[in-house]
Design a binder for this molecule. Structure first.
Ligand code: ATP
Ligand code: MG
Length: 568
């Protein structure tokens, strides 16, 4: 028999009380309607029933609530993750690739692309290759190669093989000559300005009439360094009348004389992304090549090049580029912030780079969940950081020890305080995480926020220590009297003994950019505080939960105290 409305209300009220410690009608109504849509017909009546049930359940003891709850079963929530489907994928034969250009540190956008590449390979029992797409010597560095690899390792992504596009330069030259011979490319000696104008006005320049033989000769000069940068480019013979502007004789090679981090001075003539991407995907055996949606217009060129060169065609799959509100998710936007010294470096906790997320105590598992939640969808959205931080909090809650920190400390003196040593649990739900002892002398610091909220005459509790009654309050100091009564106090405050606390600073990152994409100089704030003596043992990289403050990652030990970065 189908459950009645009353039963459904009871079930969700108990569940809510269980999950949140207190059943709150506003959180229950949605679940009830979801399971019993008819209840919408009489919202007022339904709300009344929920209110009454919540009141009853909240008055139950924890044990009684659990006992009632055990009468119900709950459907396992379905994984919300979007399943990755690749067209024409054959189990065991899928090869994908992650092709970063080593021109900066990896960011969360790379994490999205890499996870999609990797997760789809895994899903079909295939493999993912790592390819450094390095044919622009002006932007690339070995430092970035290492950083990208470190980033992938941190994320938990395991590539099968690694390759460098620049290792195949000789092949590209040969294939380019094949294009000349097939009358599908030519060397253009117009200025960049002329090329641009021609493409806008859909007119061919005189160079387009160049015979393959002459293009070959010029191409050799380009390669031998006998021509200067900007003097000549190789262009694809496309269609200047095409509605797709990409097809209007795009550049395939250009002269760049800067030395290359890997190939040194060997090459002076470098292929464009448009030329190398299809060739690399084809010759490396990629079955499914994924890239972000803004490349969609380039698909036509991608396949045209493979058709001309008679190379195997991979499937191309596009997904939306990850954007996050007020964050620069692109090397092009991040690099100037670094070179102009606006941020501390690639791992400045305000940045969306992987080393920055790590320094901010964001776990790789949280990044994975967050980026994969978008799947291969092409829908553009601009989320904030909230979903990632919520995921992170869920993971940290399980594993982080609790500690006391008081921000903007205010002195608290306790009259007639019995000497006492508090025993504090490292985790409220995990006895195996142990405990620590904190000796109380009667002289404390508490947080300014808490001090501000206290009224003279009020009873409050120092957490896991004792109750106090506030007797006096000035801006500098509070005085309270020991209260032997152990009754419930409304406020339970974190505290640090004055003699043994350690000075600390918590750096708090905020949105780096304003609504117009401009750098916000006040995007990092600092909280000064005092934390309990056991924090001295923390190592760089440890993440703790400062109770009623938040999660923070130990960043460094400084002479005048500890420095943390606020996580979430
Ligand atoms: P950037 O602007 O950061 O240089 P890019 O696309 O030029 O971005 P690459 O290093 O060439 O960066 O990118 C490697 C892979 O990561 C590409 O497949 C690219 O599409 C993908 N990628 C880069 N940024 C994002 C992003 N914000 N969201 C999703 N994928 C991204
Ligand atoms: Mg790029």
């Amino acid at each position: 028999m189908a459950p009645t409305l009353e039963e459904i209300i009871l079930k969700h009220t108990l569940k809510n009380a269980h999950d949140y410690r207190l059943a709150i009608p506003g959180r229950i109504i949605g679940k009830v309607i979801g399971e019993f849509p008819d209840a919408k017909a009489d919202m007022k009546g339904t709300m009344k029933l929920i209110n009454e049930e919540a009141k009853r359940v909240n008055a139950l003891s924890h044990e009684a609530m659990l006992k009632e709850l055990s009468n119900f079963t709950f459907e396992e929530k379905k994984e919300e993750k979007k399943e990755i489907e690749l067209p024409g994928a054959v189990q065991g034969h899928v090869v994908t690739r992650f092709p970063p250009e080593p021109s900066g540190y990896p960011h969360i956008g790379h994490a999205k692309a890499a996870w999609l590449d990797y997760a789809s390979a895994i899903r079909y029992g295939g493999k993912m290759l790592l390819r450094f797409d390095d044919t622009n010597p002006e932007k690339e560095k070995q430092e970035y190669v290492e950083a990208l690899k470190r980033g992938l390792i941190w994320l938990g992504i395991d590539w099968a093989d690694e390759s460098y596009t620049s290792d195949r330069m000789e092949e590209f030259y040969t294939l380019c000559e094949e294009m000349f011979i097939k009358y599908k490319a030519y060397v253009c000696t117009c200025t960049a300005e002329q090329v641009k104008k021609g493409r806008e006005s859909m007119k061919l320049c005189d160079c387009a009439a160049r015979e393959p033989q002459e293009s070959m000769q010029l191409f050799r000069k380009m390669r031998e360094g006998k021509m200067e940068e900007g003097e000549a480019v190789v262009r694809f013979r496309g269609n200047m009348q095409s509605d797709n502007t990409v097809m209007r004789d795009p550049t395939l090679f250009r002269i760049i004389k800067a030395p290359h981090y890997r190939q040194g001075e060997k090459y002076k003539c470098w292929p464009s992304y448009d030329f190398v991407a299809p060739i690399m995907d084809s010759v490396e055996g990629i079955t499914h090549a994924m890239r972000t949606k803004e490349y969609e217009l380039r698909d036509e060129l991608y396949f045209a090049i493979l058709t001309i060169l008679e190379l195997r065609k991979p499937a191309l799959i596009e997904f939306s580029r990850l954007a996050i509100k007020n964050a620069p998710i692109s090397k092009r936007l991040i690099t100037p912030l670094i070179t102009e010294g606006k941020v501390e470096g690639w791992d400045d906790p305000r940045l969306p780079t992987l080393p920055a997320l790590r320094r901010r105590g964001i776990l790789p598992e949280a990044v994975k969940k967050f980026v994969l939640s978008f799947g291969l969808s092409k829908v553009e959205s601009v989320p904030g950081w909230d979903a990632l931080l919520a995921e992170n909090r869920k993971l940290l809650d399980e594993r982080c020890a609790r500690r006391f920190l008081v921000a903007s400390p205010i002195m608290l003196d306790v009259q007639e305080a019995p000497p006492h040593e508090a025993v504090l649990k490292n985790h409220p739900g995990k006895p195996e995480m142990g405990e620590r002892k904190l000796a109380a002398t009667g002289e404390f610091f508490i947080a300014k926020n808490d001090a501000d909220a206290l009224q003279v005459g009020e009873t409050f509790r120092l957490k896991d220590l004792y109750n106090l009654v506030l007797v006096e309050k000035t801006d500098e100091k509070l005085v309270a009297k020991y209260d032997a009564d152990v009754g419930l106090a409304a406020r339970k405050l974190q505290w640090v003994p004055r003699g043994s606390g350690i000075g600390c600073t918590v750096k708090v990152p905020h949105d780096l950019l304003d609504e117009n994409g401009n750098f916000k100089p006040d995007s990092m704030s600092e909280e000064k505080g005092v934390c309990e003596p056991s924090c001295k043992e923390l190592k760089v990289g440890d993440i703790v939960q400062f109770e009623r403050f938040g999660y923070a990652r130990m960043d460094k030990h400084e002479e005048n105290g500890l420095v943390f970065v606020f996580s979430c």
